[in-house]
Design a protein around this ligand. Structure first.
Ligand SMILES: C=C(O[C@H]1C=CC=C(C(=O)O)[C@@H]1O)C(=O)O
Length: 370
């Protein structure tokens, strides 16, 4: 256990000072960034440096934690927790009916032609009395391939999650993003067989991203679609890479968020449906978080002409931002788990309910210590 880092977190919780503790996907390093006072800083145009925590609705402000102290430590995975352990919450008939009606009403609106896809979600509250750092360690031990974070600000709240989705990574003027959609339980088969509904749903996301970035970038290309695992779930993913003109990162970011993996297409009508019909505040769920514009030394291309005498290293701004999925908000004696799924004309309300139940297990499993 990285004692110094965890001690610092304990102090901040006691003294009510903001921090973000995180581990990047497939990485052994745990990073803690600590702000020395409890001021709330807001992002203005994404040229700032720090750790950003942005809500789904960017009309509400994105929070920026200042990196006053940064502590990095190796996190030795003491145990690897079992992903196939089944966990569940008490069956709630009223909540189920409400969600089935919401999905049916979205399908009707799609049939009317208002939009092609909308991502609907719900919040599940469960009792929570455990030690937060213990829960965070369960998370680290269970989801090696995810971005595992614990974020705290005394004036905003406390969040934890293990997200599989990169919103955008940038190094200088190069960036990469992904189109992620379609969900299957990994227990069912080794490699998933995708239905037309799932393939179409993911293609909508890819097409949307390529289209949204076309005018805002200098170059753009997408990879072959592949099946990827996130905990006990499978998703479909396409990687998209490109370059943007200098100082245009904020434009790229705003063109990407919210992607149809968390909102829908066309964006405006899907967002309006969500805000008018979900009947709860998503807050930071389906927003994004991570390192914003960190100065990093990068190696330059040795093959370029006329570089014999110049140093092969230069400094570039890097950002690594993740979509806030498979997450929960930690309240006084309960945890609120946020889950959702993409609805298209071919969706079945009952299956959509099951998909959100399945997704809730990502956080339930760490709360129960399994
Ligand atoms: C909105 C969520 O997942 C998104 C990301 C991957 C797959 C999704 C799906 O299959 O619908 C969702 O678009 C969530 O996990 O709460």
């Amino acid at each position: 256990m990285p004692q110094e880092l965890f001690d610092q977190v304990e102090i901040c919780l006691k003294e009510q000072l903001p921090f973000a503790l995180y581990r990047k996907p497939n990485n052994a390093e745990l990073i803690g960034i600590f702000q020395s006072n409890d001021e709330v800083h807001y992002v203005k145009d994404f040229t700032e440096t720090g750790f950003v925590f942005a809500p789904f609705n960017l009309n509400d402000n994105a929070i920026l934690l200042k990196m006053d102290v940064v502590i990095k430590a190796l996190y030795e995975q003491s145990e690897i927790n079992d992903l196939n352990q089944n966990v569940s919450v008490a069956y709630n008939e009223i909540e189920k009916l409400r969600y089935l009606n919401l999905v049916s009403s979205a399908i009707k609106t799609i049939d009317k032609g208002d939009f092609n896809k909308v991502v609907l979600s719900r919040k599940i509250e469960v009792e929570f009395k455990e030690d937060v750092l213990e829960v965070y360690q369960h998370l680290l031990n269970t989801y090696k391939k995810a971005f595992c974070y614990f974020w705290y600000h005394p004036k905003i709240g406390s969040w934890m999650g293990a997200t599989p989705e990169i919103l955008v990574k940038r190094k200088g003027s190069q960036f990469s993003t992904m189109s992620l959609a379609g969900t299957q339980n990994s227990q069912k088969s080794e490699m998933p067989k995708w239905s037309k509904k799932e393939l179409d749903e993911q293609q909508l996301v890819t097409d949307y991203i390529l289209n949204a970035l076309k005018e805002k970038t200098v170059s753009l290309k997408s990879s072959e679609r592949e099946s990827v695992r996130a905990g006990q779930l499978w998703h479909l993913r396409t990687e998209i890479k490109g370059t943007f003109s200098p100082n245009n990162f904020g434009t790229v970011l705003k063109a990407l968020h919210p992607t149809p993996a968390v909102c829908g297409t066309p964006l405006a009508s899907a967002k309006e449906f969500i805000l008018n019909n979900e009947m709860y505040d998503r807050s930071f769920y389906t927003g994004f978080l991570g390192e914003l514009n960190i100065q990093e030394e990068v190696s330059r291309n040795r093959n370029r002409k006329n570089q014999e005498n110049s140093a092969y290293r230069s400094v570039a701004k890097t950002s690594e931002l993740f979509v806030n999925l498979r997450c929960m908000q930690l309240l006084k004696d309960k945890a609120a788990i946020y889950v959702g799924g993409g609805i298209t004309k071919d969706s079945n309300p009952e299956s959509e309910w099951e998909e959100t139940t399945l997704k809730s297990m990502t956080m339930l499993r760490v709360l129960s210590g399994n």
